[in-house]
Design a protein around this ligand. Sequence first.
Ligand SMILES: NC(=O)c1ccc[n+]([C@@H]2O[C@H](COP(=O)([O-])OP(=O)(O)OC[C@H]3O[C@@H](n4cnc5c(N)ncnc54)[C@H](O)[C@@H]3O)[C@@H](O)[C@H]2O)c1
Length: 254
Amino acid sequence: MRLQNKVALITGSARGMGRAAAELFAREGASIILTDIAEQEGIEAAQSIQAAGGKAIFVPANVAAAKDVQHLVETGISTFGAIDILYNNAGIMPAADTSVIDTSEETWDHIMAVNLKSTFLCCKYTLPYMVKQQHGSIINISSMVVFLGSTVPQEAYGVSKGGLLALTKSLAVQYGPAGIRCNAICPGPINTGLLDHLWTSEEERNRRLTRIPLGRFGLINDIIYFALYLASDESSWTTGTWMTIDGGISSNYF
Ligand SMILES: NC(=O)c1ccc[n+]([C@@H]2O[C@H](COP(=O)([O-])OP(=O)(O)OC[C@H]3O[C@@H](n4cnc5c(N)ncnc54)[C@H](O)[C@@H]3O)[C@@H](O)[C@H]2O)c1
């Protein structure tokens, strides 16, 4: 098993890619600290890992709130004794996020809090434990939108995800000497609930599909198996970098 004896904290793990990653990492031998604002689904996700023979706890938390994150990390440490992998996955993409002219200040602040400040907070409270144990792998979920402009703007989302890349580089440099790695993944459109509001019609789907050289939208497994590599010791000389996994969209001029 690729994550034997490791402990992984995965944010936003009640649904979508976070939940699938929690299940995959548990199958690979890791003990999982799941967290989400969706309490019922989070509890069910932890129970289903336990039912399959894995180790998991669910700790409800709003990852944009310092008190919640502090409690989350302390609960994880007191339950499993360490956090070897911090997977900053929780994120939102509200329909109200459009151009700078039309996006409200509240929407901007909310997206920055959930997508960017959350990772600052999770790192802030987890890193002291990682420094003490002299190892750790931090995985930040960014997006391929940071590399491209779009005629359908989502300004706050793109900026929040760009900030994650800057943080990834800085943490890799600061904490590399302590044996801590920090990398990011930049997915293209993956079939999860996050994008439901974008798929309003067949025309909207096809507008995006025609941009993808590999001819399909992404699957959850396209992302989480790369996260598994970053979480494992197989990537022990990989830090301060990111992988774009988007079916080729960001290479496509015409
Ligand atoms: N789906 C895509 O196409 C896509 C593409 C690029 C990047 N991403 C990123 O991947 C990550 C996972 O997205 P997904 O597609 O699985 O979406 P999802 O909506 O299925 O899952 C996101 C999870 O985060 C949780 N969450 C939201 N706000 C939270 C908060 N304040 N505190 C704790 N948990 C919170 C949600 O309840 C949900 O369970 C996100 O960061 C997203 O921005 C997704």
